[in-house]
Design a binder for this molecule. Sequence first.
Ligand code: FES
Length: 250
Amino acid sequence: MTMAEPTVSLEIFRYQPDGGGTSTFQQYQVPYHEDWVVLDAINYIKDHLDGTLAYRWSCRMGVCGSCGMMINGIPKLSCATFLKEYYPHPIRVEPLANFPIERDLVIALDDFMKKLSRVQPWIVRTAEAPLGAGEYRQTPAELDQYKQFSMCLNCMLCYAACPMYGLKPLFLGPAAIALAHRYNLDSRDEGRASRQEVLDDEHGVWDCTLVGECTTVCPADVDPAAAIQQIKLSTALDWIKRALRPGGSA
Ligand code: FES
């Protein structure tokens, strides 16, 4: 007699846009392996139990940022979350909170992509030096200024965790602000003034009430909450400098 293979129960959110707009949870029994992550279990369902399940993933190594899901209510990368963290209890898997759902576990990215491009997440130069002038060089200390904020995966877990983004969908949001900060801190960049128009507007950094969940769930230790507070501080200093200037006003 062989011992029954251990299994774990996954309750997966299902939504088909052409299914009358209703959603449901579907339960699947999946083999349990100590070294399996939640994404392995979902891939097992797709390959062996239900080929209609829709979800995103790519690298399976915590780099591409595409496999974010709500796992038992917490935004996580499914490729970096082990079944053993929950076994033998059931695991509930849902699409990332605060985003429109396209199908099953797939969310719409449009809002985030628009916000990202508004902060110009690239190096802005007022005038490019001629090619012959060589590279824009940096010291290790200059690199350290922004390196932490450059680790963002664009996984959007921070948006799913942010109660302010849930309440105010126009809020620019943690990842876009952290990436703006990353380029503002880069010694080669000259784009702070134009980014500031977006960061300091009514849906920029001031919509953040410092709940800090963005930093808690970030799988890359970017600390978007710190980026937002640092921008608030530099923006306040800008106001003070303008106000103190002879004839100036905030
Ligand atoms: S599949 Fe790339 S981060 Fe999970």
